[in-house]
Design a protein around this ligand. Sequence first.
Ligand SMILES: *Cc1c(COP(=O)(O)O)cnc(C)c1O
Length: 337
Amino acid sequence: MSLIERWRERLPVTARTPIITLGEGNTPLVRADRVAKAANLPPGSVFLKIEGMNPTGSFKDRGMTLAISKAVEARARGVLCASTGNTSASAAAYAARAGLRCIVFLPRGKVAAGKLAQAVMHGAEIIEVAGNFDQALVLANEAAKTRGFALVNSSNPFRIEGQKTAAFEILEQLGRAPDNHFIPVGNAGNITAYWKGYQEGGAKPRMFGWQAAGAAPLVSGRPVANPTTLATAIRIGRPVSWNGAIAARDESGGAIGKVTDAEILAACRFLGRAEGIFCEPASAASVAGLIKLGKNGRAPRGVTVCVLTGNGLKDPGIAARFAPKIRRVKAGGRIKL
Ligand SMILES: *Cc1c(COP(=O)(O)O)cnc(C)c1O
């Protein structure tokens, strides 16, 4: 069932809204006892929401199914967005399905290979921006004033509405509200959406957002002009949903912290080796944050859900940083194991 049909009564749709779907949502919530152990927490206290299992490999599909459906309902000529990669991949796929033009503004050289491949294969018109994501977004906002185009960045309220359904799923899958929710934060749409979803579901977990140390405006309290991190999906210096993130933090009694690229990479590798889950680097920021708190004995008590926002295959180049020792053998030769 499509995400819109599943949660129809809680979403801004009517009988006249066409549903553009790729079968998004309903992603696995997986118990992660090795992560719990690494964070000095008891077995059964940590769960991972695997959002990389969505159709285009990231949580962006939850918001995009609604944003594109509403664009079709409004008879838009096309859609456009600025993107660190996953928004463009998702927008391109759903726009292709809807038969809409899709124009994407991408920061030059900072989009992971898998994401660019998706934009190409789904036929998006690609505009490369000599600048970072924040600067690409300024251009996209300007272009969105062109008649007939819908902006499908997370400033589009339908994106947030669609993304909040992940919180509904977690409440159903756990059979209770988590005590803590850990999530990577870039433009801050997703933490805003989860907080909205939890509240609508009658839950109040503490919200813990994680930024990359080189792109942590919500931690320092001021925009970062030149954000840097290898976690390209959260390489953002001026989050659009700034207020939403701060409200989620303060209303829930949570925190927004930062993790270094080394901590992100270590968590990414740990998830691959110890839990069998390959996520992209930005996604691992949530788990990196939990392990970091746990090492100091400060991981919050109770049940914690960490969101893994995107699939590891998006950014295969990252594996080169962990090049293993590879042995060689001739065809028909012998090798000792
Ligand atoms: C978009 C994205 C994020 C950041 O989400 P925001 O809503 O911008 O905070 C994190 N991880 C991945 C994989 C993403 O694609």
